[in-house]
Design a protein around this ligand. Sequence first.
Ligand SMILES: NC(=O)c1ccc[n+]([C@@H]2O[C@H](COP(=O)([O-])OP(=O)(O)OC[C@H]3O[C@@H](n4cnc5c(N)ncnc54)[C@H](O)[C@@H]3O)[C@@H](O)[C@H]2O)c1
Length: 266
Amino acid sequence: MKRLEGKVAIVTGGGGGIGSAVARRLAEEGAKVAVADIFEDSARRAAEPLGGNGLALAFDASDAASVKAMVEATVTHFGRLDILHNNAAMTDPVKSPQDTTAVDIPLEIWREILDVNLTGYLLGCKYAIPHMVAGGGGSIINTASNSGSAGDLARIAYGSSKGAIIALTKYVATQHGRQNIRCNSVAPGVVLTEALEKTVPGLKEIIKRHILTPEFGTPDDIAALVAFLASDESRYITGENISISGGGLVHQPHYADLMAFMEQAG
Ligand SMILES: NC(=O)c1ccc[n+]([C@@H]2O[C@H](COP(=O)([O-])OP(=O)(O)OC[C@H]3O[C@@H](n4cnc5c(N)ncnc54)[C@H](O)[C@@H]3O)[C@@H](O)[C@H]2O)c1
């Protein structure tokens, strides 16, 4: 028996690097999966290999009516809802670079990022939970980030949205636990996606000095954790934020410098 046999899932941002890997993994484990993304073509590309167990839906996470319609379309198509993976994030190549510091960020960029990354997750919970309760319970997995637990030189809106997702997760878990709704967040550090491959040259190497595992994680690593949190095997875990980042946040800040010093000293 597969772990998610008979379950219905929504993956938002499902056309992206991590979301498409999660959709694939949940389907492999037996779930029927709605792949929801602002870009219909990328949702379709991710849903197609799932055959009849996949459904591509276009929606905008920052628009309440659109989130509601996406949830309703899933329930109408598959008959129930058990799993919600809130995973979409604003990654617009023109807008994201304007997410800088408190002094420099344009207010409209701050608002837009919070609308997609944070309010979008609240809306997913708002419209999904009643269906989950009607079906006897459910599991919500929110994608946070290590950027929600520590400061950085840029991306103040992104990091703030991710920190707030960790809090949102605990509130949903607390308020709906007795209705058999579990809610956890996964916090990736750097994950090897196509987007990362295209990032600033040299950045990957700098970050790699600060992880404890020999290699970066991949979208499939995130998908494995999401599938576990979606399944009944994690039935006693709720309200937690699980960092999945090769130990990127667990060590002393001087770790990389000390390693370099020790290598030099032979
Ligand atoms: N890749 C990493 O290293 C990394 C690290 C930490 C956290 N994360 C988080 O993982 C999640 C997935 O990121 P990814 O790396 O796969 O990026 P990605 O850009 O491949 O995926 C994000 C997806 O969200 C969709 N999206 C954007 N705006 C939307 C909107 N308004 N409504 C609906 N969908 C929308 C995009 O079209 C895209 O498919 C994000 O929440 C991201 O913050 C990623």
